[in-house]
Design a protein around this ligand. Structure first.
Ligand code: HEM
Length: 124
């Protein structure tokens, strides 16, 4: 809570854009090093991808900004994604946040945000 009684966003509590940037920069090398996931990114420009992911996560965590990328359903609709792929990606995200010493309660909130887009990502 702030002094005027409003709830601070997850984006602010995690440490703003600096924290989101640091997390995504650690996260994608983990995804690419995972043989069960790397093939999905073969023809993807990872610089652009990282920038999109930073913008999306900032927005999803409640940053005061507009997200102008594709929605999660359209962005993943051409891939055959299973639960296992989603869980591995989420696992790399959690490992990243642990490495950055993000408190567990905030990691739990990030996982909630990730789970909120799971059915769209998997097109279910
Ligand atoms: C919480 C889960 C996920 C989130 C929040 C997420 C987020 C995003 C975002 C923001 C984009 C860019 C959208 C745009 O172009 O505007 C994207 C694209 C992409 N995602 Fe995900 N993603 C998730 C899960 C996954 C999983 C499980 C995979 C596969 C292992 C995956 C593979 C990809 C690929 C390959 C692209 C690039 C598509 C292209 O450029 O054609 N994502 N994702």
């Amino acid at each position: 809570m702030t002094t005027n009684g409003t709830q601070t966003s997850l984006f602010e509590r995690i440490g703003g854009m600096t924290a989101v940037n640091a997390a995504v920069d650690i996260f994608y090398p983990k995804v690419l090093a995972d043989a069960s996931l790397s093939h999905f990114f073969t023809n993807v420009d990872m610089k652009t991808q990282a920038a999109k992911q930073k913008a999306f996560l900032a927005y999803a965590f409640g940053a005061p900004m507009k997200y102008s990328g594709q929605n999660m359903r359209d962005a993943h609709s051409r891939m055959q994604l299973e639960d296992s792929h989603f869980n591995s990606v989420a696992g790399h995200l959690v490992d990243t946040l642990k490495e950055l010493e993000v408190p567990q309660s905030i990691i739990d909130e990030v996982v909630e945000v990730a789970l909120s887009v799971k059915s769209d990502v998997l097109n279910k």
